[in-house]
Each structure stands twice: as C-alpha cells, then as structure tokens.
Design a protein around this ligand. Structure first.
Ligand code: NAD
Length: 316
C-alpha cells in the first residue's frame, strides 16, 4: 500500500510506516504544487498532511484509491470533513498530541508579560542598570479568560491555577460535569462579554468555524481592559486582524501574542507588523521536539490501523 506525505513529518513517523510494510513517498513541499498533487494522488491509498494542504472535494475525487487521510495536528479547517465522510474516507488526526506544547506557549506568553527578562538583559548589555522599568508584575491574582474549554484550555487552566491565577472560561458547548469545570475548577461565564470585561489575559482555544470567524472584532476588543493582553494560538481569522491592529495602536488593549494569522506567512504589508505591542510567531505553538515526534508516530500508527480495518480512536 502506498502513502503520500505532502508536508513536514518527523522521521520517526516515516520509520513507523515503513516498518509496517508501507511504501512512503514524502515531499514536504508538495502542498505548494497543487497541479502536481492532483496528478499524483491517483496512485495512493493514504494521504498524510499538516495544515497547508487543501484537502477539498477536488483533491479527494482525484484520489479514487484513498482509504484514509491523516492530519499531523489538531485543527481540521484545511480538510473538507463532510466530503470525506460522503466519500467514505476516514480522517485521522493527532488527538491531544500537541496540546501540552500549545499550553506551554501560552504560559510563556503570560510570563513574558509579567517578567520581561529578555528586555532587561538587552538593556543591561547596552550599559544600563535600570531597576525600575523591568520589574514587572505577578501573575498571582490576575484573571485569565479562556475562550473554548477543550483539551488545550484544560492544560492551560491547570498550569495557570498553579500560579495562583483566577481562571474563567467561555464555551457554550461545555456542561458543569465536564472535566475542565468539575475537576479543574474553571469558572464558566454565561456570556463572552462577561469574560472579556473581567480578564487580564485572554487566550483563544476554539476551532475555526463559521461561528468563530471574527469572534474577536472591534466590539469585543473595545470591551476588553486597556491593560489586558490577547493570545491567539487557535487559528487566524478568529481575530479580526485589522480591528486588532487598530486596538493595539490606540491602546484599547495593552498587547497581543499571535501564533496564527489569516494569511500565513504573514503578508509583508500587514498592519500588525507595525505594532510594537504585538508579538508574532510563525505558527509554532504546537511545534516542539516532543510534540512533533508524538504527532508523527501517532498519525502514522492510526493511519496504519485504518488501512488494516482496525478501530482508531483518532478518527474524527
Ligand atoms: P478542542 O476540540 O479540544 O476544544 C475546542 C473547544 O472550543 C471545544 O470545547 C468547543 O466546545 C469550543 N468551541 C467551539 N466553538 C466555540 C465558540 N463559538 N465559542 C466558544 N467555544 C467554542 O480543541 P483543542 O485541542 O483545545 O484545540 C483548539 C484549537 O487550537 C484547534 O482547533 C486548532 O485550530 C488550534 N491549534 C493550534 C496549534 C498551533 O500550533 N498554533 C496547535 C494545536 C491546535
């Protein structure tokens, strides 16, 4: 059986597939060449992608032998799940495999606001010894608002609570008996507006869907505290970037950490690049050495299971 991989995968995942007898063709840049991909897919039994390959109806139809799609990550907005279902092609994703890495990214953002060590170090190396500007603040007692209370938020909440933060959340699909509420102790807000006005830090952990598109726009930014920060590791398009740039420039909010953008790589003319209170990273929140090995092996194993008609708990 033949497997095509169109984006970056760690070698451990490829080894797992080869050791199980699969023929693997791997080209981490194939997602950039749509025409070639459409021609090639015809010969493969499985396709493994990350978040750049557009797995739409056209691509699925061009691969009549496809038995499974593997997604090296969690967000599924680049895959037409409905069409795959209609065509009987299961989609396997890396359930929970990079959640800890994303949670640690969020904690890094919080701590880099509270203790700006790199700025202090930079200043010392310029010959200064300024003990006023870089003193920072404590996270203890501050309020963190989590939008979306799934796997990543659960891990962010546990870590932030251990710093003595108040953790509140908003997720219309969560009930009191869900783990994050009943065992972690996140206080659930009935409305997004309440969360926005009460939080010192807001972190987004929702999928990109029609209901979350531009969930954070001008009105929402206006209701945030002037001293507050927003952290987006979920998906570009959930925050309206033009409205955010305006809010950052006006001082409506204090700052932003953005790991995901509507257009990736970021457009060179993006107004966000001119905002010194925005920290922008190239979609790396979920990418650590550990999470990548975990993700690659997990997806390779689960794709293998589906190919052998065995049950997989990672099928969406
Ligand atoms: P999850 O499915 O466990 O949780 C998502 C939560 O969002 C669910 O509880 C759901 O009820 C909630 N939700 C859905 N619509 C909502 C709405 N309109 N308002 C409030 N809540 C809503 O997902 P997760 O594992 O926590 O991941 C969250 C997102 O993070 C993923 O969809 C993915 O896009 C993104 N992600 C990014 C990276 C990265 O490297 N930056 C890595 C992993 C995941």
């Amino acid at each position: 059986m033949k497997i095509l991989i169109t984006e970056l995968i760690w070698k451990e995942g490829i080894e797992e597939l080869i050791n199980n007898g699969y023929h693997v063709d791997y080209d981490e840049n194939l997602w950039r060449n749509r025409e070639e991909l459409l021609k090639k897919i015809n010969n493969y039994d499985a396709l493994i992608v990350r978040n750049q390959t557009k797995v739409d109806q056209e691509l699925l139809a061009a691969g009549p032998q496809l038995k499974v799609i593997g997604r090296l990550g969690v967000g599924l907005d680049n895959i037409d799940i409905q069409s795959a279902k209609k065509m009987g092609i299961p989609v396997v994703y890396a359930k929970n495999a990079n959640a800890t890495s994303v949670a640690e990214y969020v904690l890094t953002a919080l701590l880099s606001v509270s203790r700006p060590l790199h700025f202090a170090d930079y200043d010392v190396r310029k010959g200064n010894w300024d003990r006023k500007t870089y003193t920072g603040l404590e996270l203890a007692g501050k309020t963190l608002g989590l939008i979306g209370l799934g796997e990543i938020s659960h891990r962010v909440a546990k870590r932030s609570l251990s710093f003595g933060m108040n953790v509140i959340g908003y997720d219309p699909f969560i009930a009191d008996y869900d783990h994050i509420v009943s065992e972690t102790g996140v206080q659930v807000k009935e409305s997004l507006a309440d969360l926005l006005t009460e939080s010192d830090f807001i972190s987004l952990h929702v999928p990109l869907t029609p209901s979350t598109k531009y969930l954070i726009s001008e009105t929402e930014l206006q209701s945030m505290r002037a001293t507050s920060y927003i952290i987006n590791t979920s998906r570009g398009g959930i925050v309206n970037e033009r409205d955010l740039a305006a809010a950052l420039r006006r001082g409506t909010i204090a700052g932003a950490f953005l790991d995901v953008l509507e257009m990736e790589p970021i457009h060179p003319a993006s107004e966000l690049l001119t905002c010194s209170n925005a920290v922008i990273t190239p979609h790396i929140a979920g990418l650590t050495q550990e999470s990548q090995i975990r993700t690659s092996i997990l997806v390779a194993k689960e794709v293998g299971k589906v190919m052998k008609n065995q049950p997989s708990l990672c099928v969406i």
